[in-house]
Ligand binder design. Structure first.
Ligand SMILES: [Fe+2]
Ligand SMILES: [Fe+2]
Length: 369
């Protein structure tokens, strides 16, 4: 099967999608290009159906990765990711109305739903090798995040698809291994602290959210919020961030601006969920409102996701050795969280986190009382 036909199909479909979002379903271009795409489907069927699925930033047509990677393919991929769709199956008998409904769903804020000859969903069987262990999945997510960050510093753009992939890797680790302490990665060198810490905070935040019964798209957005909580540090001079000796007051003031830098940066990007902006801004605010940034309006109003990120942040930071202090073990870290419950942290969330940890490991991680 010629991949040129698939590329043409995707190109007509994405043109119809942009015509719909730019003008409306009444515009002649919408009709023209959805018609052109529909004319090609007969040539794409194999055994009465064909599928398009996403995997690792590639579009897979009938289980073969598409060689062509034009503007239309990447825009289609981006929309699928945004809609959290991993797979689309087109079946023989596809009607004009079903197809147009799919295109308008993709081009608008509406949910894309399946119809008799077109189904959308997630890939049931993960394409990862079955023996890939949680460490390597976790490592995959962290390296994806690292490359996204390098692009931010070079081109000032944010690859949201790469970030989504990183979060999906973390979600897979959580599904494979219930003991989160076995998932979170150790920091091997000073230079990888930023990325490993971000990945660990993402996993530890989703671990808490999942134990509270949250799932689906919201869990994914919470994972992104954890991953991006410190993104503002990219705008703080590395000489200050990596300083091995005591910080001056001015340097400390500069570091304390990272929540504002992060929230400002994320709020300007079109595709990031608002939760990421909130958590970036609020993760140092503390439960009692005595942290930073100091604002009257936000005082004592830290969002529950920011409260979970704050717990994950401190838990991971304390168990990592830093130039100015030794690493604490899980027991000491847990005790510290407990001591700061009610002031720095939401006590109900601390209880939930520690009891969930104890639940999966079979032993309590803190001293009572
Ligand atoms: Fe931070
Ligand atoms: Fe942090």
């Amino acid at each position: 099967m010629s991949h040129e036909i698939v590329s043409a199909f995707i190109s007509h479909m994405t043109t119809a999608m942009s015509s719909y979002s730019l003008y409306s379903g009444m515009h002649p271009m919408f009709d023209e290009f959805s018609g052109k795409a529909l004319q090609l489907v007969d040539e794409l069927y194999h055994d009465d159906a064909f599928s398009l699925l996403t995997f690792n930033n590639s579009l897979i047509f009938n289980n073969v990765p598409l060689a062509a990677k034009g503007m239309h393919v990447s825009s289609f991929l981006k929309t699928l990711k945004k809609k959290k769709i991993e797979k689309v199956v087109f079946r023989k008998g596809l009607e004009v109305d079903e197809f147009k409904k799919f295109i308008t769903g993709m081009a608008s804020r509406e949910t894309v739903s399946s119809s008799p000859h077109l189904s959308v969903g997630i890939v049931e069987v993960k394409l990862k090798a079955p023996d890939s262990d949680v460490r390597s999945l976790m490592g995959d997510g962290i390296s994806k995040f690292e490359s996204v960050c390098q692009e931010i510093s070079k081109f000032k753009t944010l690859d949201i698809i790469g970030l989504d992939d990183a979060v999906l890797s973390f979600i897979s680790t959580l599904k494979k291994e219930s003991d989160v302490l076995r998932i979170i990665s150790p920091v091997k060198s000073r230079s990888d602290y930023t990325y490993v810490h971000a990945g660990n905070v993402s996993v530890l935040t989703m671990f808490q959210a999942e134990s509270l019964g949250l799932g689906g798209e919201l869990l994914h957005d919470i994972g992104l919020a954890g991953l991006l909580h410190d993104v503002g540090k990219m705008f703080v001079a590395s000489s200050v961030l990596e300083k091995q000796t005591r910080l001056s007051e001015d340097e400390w003031t500069e570091i304390k601006k990272h929540p504002v830098y992060g929230a400002m940066y994320l709020s300007k990007l079109p595709d990031v969920p608002p939760l990421t902006v909130i958590a970036a801004f609020e993760h140092h605010m503390r439960f009692d409102g005595r942290g930073y940034p100091e604002t009257r309006r936000w005082r004592k109003k830290q969002h529950i996701v920011s409260q979970m990120v704050a717990i994950a942040d401190v838990f991971d930071a304390l168990r990592t050795e830093r130039p100015y202090r030794k690493a604490l073990d899980v027991r000491a870290t847990s005790r510290l969280l407990k001591e700061r419950a009610g002031t720095e942290f939401n006590p109900a969330l601390v209880d939930n986190f520690l009891s969930s940890l104890g639940h999966v490991t079979g032993k309590p991680h803190y001293c009572q009382g």
